[in-house]
Design a protein around this ligand. Structure first.
Ligand SMILES: [Zn+2]
Ligand SMILES: [Zn+2]
Length: 248
């Protein structure tokens, strides 16, 4: 692992690039969810193209943002304006800088309430610690978290039911947000289309990640669409069958 990781990157692109490119087409993320009232905007942003996912429900005038790469507000703001939605919440899948860099600005602009897992509290509240191990000046601002999520916790958002699952191993506080009725899981950097999260960063552990993927992701219904922190979407069934790092 690591041969194609870019400097500062926190994920490993898949080995099978052909499959990576053809699965859904990077520019052609299909319309999400299959749920009429929710729009899913996939917004790759920041220096290493981290996926932010903006979920909007114009009928309710509400939106939720999952992860906040650098400068994501530039992409989010016009969509909220066009769809007449207010951003009520920001959910952080894990505390790595490329998922949090734009978070303070988003909160300042919107007052969105923030959810994250306490095992990444140090990274989120004192992000300068990451500059040391990434070896770069990243100009990170801390984010104040309003609600520390618990594994197995369920809550309602956008009129939908959401379940939180803890998937550590890429970093200690990686969680996924699972919309059971919509067959969608936003998994951060635990699992990718044809790959898995890096485990060589501080707090990473391959055995822990492998176990968590099997217990927390591969146990979801196989048609569940996985929306990862980088690259194109996939499904639970596809990764169980083909993932080269963690077999199903
Ligand atoms: Zn990460
Ligand atoms: Zn990442």
């Amino acid at each position: 692992m690591g041969s194609v990781a870019r400097r500062g990157a926190d994920w490993q692109a898949p080995r099978k690039l052909k499959r990576f490119l053809t699965y859904s087409g990077i520019a052609g993320f299909p319309k999400p969810f299959g749920v009429k009232d929710v729009n899913l905007h996939v917004l790759p942003a920041g220096p290493i193209q981290t996926n932010a996912y903006l979920l909007t429900v114009p009928a309710r005038g509400e939106a939720v943002l999952i992860d906040a790469p650098g400068d994501v507000w530039r992409d989010v703001q016009p969509i909220l304006a066009a769809e007449k939605c207010r951003l009520t919440e920001l959910w952080i899948t894990h505390g790595h800088w490329d998922h949090t860099q734009g978070g303070a600005d988003v909160v300042k602009e919107t007052g969105a309430k923030v959810r994250a897992h306490a095992d990444d509290r140090v990274l989120i509240e004192t992000p300068e610690v990451m500059e040391r191990f990434m070896g770069e000046r990243l100009k990170l601002k801390p984010i104040r978290v309003d609600h520390w999520v618990q594994p197995g916790e369920r809550f309602d958002a956008l009129g939908k039911s959401v379940e939180v699952r803890h998937v550590p191993g890429h970093c200690p506080g990686n969680v996924l947000f699972y919309f059971a009725a919509e067959h969608a899981a936003f998994v951060g950097d635990a699992l990718f289309n044809g790959s898995i999260g890096r485990t060589d960063l501080p707090g990473g552990n391959f055995a822990q990640l492998e176990h968590a993927i099997r217990e927390q992701i591969y146990t979801l219904p196989e048609e569940t669409v996985i929306f990862p922190g980088h690259g194109p979407q996939t499904t639970v069934g596809d990764e169980r069958a083909h993932n080269p790092y963690v077999s199903g």
